[in-house]
Write a protein that binds this ligand. Sequence first.
Ligand code: AMP
Length: 281
Amino acid sequence: MKVFHAKEALQNHLQPLKQSGKTIGFVPTMGALHDGHLALVKNALKDNDVTVVSIFVNPTQFDNPDDLNKYPRTLETDLAMLDKLSPEILVFTPDAINFYDGQIKSQPFNFDGLEYEMEGKHRPGHFDGVGTVVKKLFEIVQPHTAYFGEKDFQQLKIIEKLVEKFNFSILIKPIPIYREADGLAMSSRNKRLSFIHRKAAPFIYQVLKQAQLLSQTNTFKEVKTFVNDVIQAHPLLKLEYFEIAEANTLRPADKKKVGNKYRGFIVVYAGEVRLIDNIEL
Ligand code: AMP
């Protein structure tokens, strides 16, 4: 397996591959890999001649320094997991100074309002950080196809908008949410859950599934009240938000309109760990 720390070295390696007509698949990650990440990588391996996986805990997308400091970093294990999938994978794990040319900061983006909903309200600057890092990664790797998980559904929509706004000729492939056997959405942050919070966390998906069922017969307002009430009654979980939004604009929705698609979006603290999930309604 080849591991690149400097963007110039990766670009030099990719250039002749592109010139000879090879297709490049790209999976951006922040590492601490799990089976959800590996599902994205498997799709990239299947669709492309060359697969690039980036592992970079991007400082500019964290609004909370404590979250950044405590974010799990398991590079050796990550590399072993990728090597086991395929020794052909190219890994890009840049040094932040090299990546940002010495200036570790984000640029402002206009994502046509997608950036003001949900995560945008609760994590100020987060999507400017995501836009900055992904735009730079796209410019460096210049993939044909890039893979993003529906677990971060708002991020997926933001990336689709980024591609549209900056005219990248990159196909974005969404990958469904991978879950543990008990329903908890796989996340690098799950590694930080205490024993009791890990046991409590699958309740989030149980509630989402109940919300999905309820939305077939009840109003969105009633579904929201239900989710708020049951999570608030849980002794170990703290609700940050539950929102129902139209799946393309991410605008909050009070009523169903025929022909539109909707999703329920939730963020819950289990102890000090922030967990995110969503479900189609
Ligand atoms: P992260 O390392 O958390 O930034 O995630 C890297 C990519 O993996 C993003 O596109 C995520 O949406 C995706 N991802 C993370 N967890 C999951 C999961 N449980 N199922 C599917 N995709 C995921």
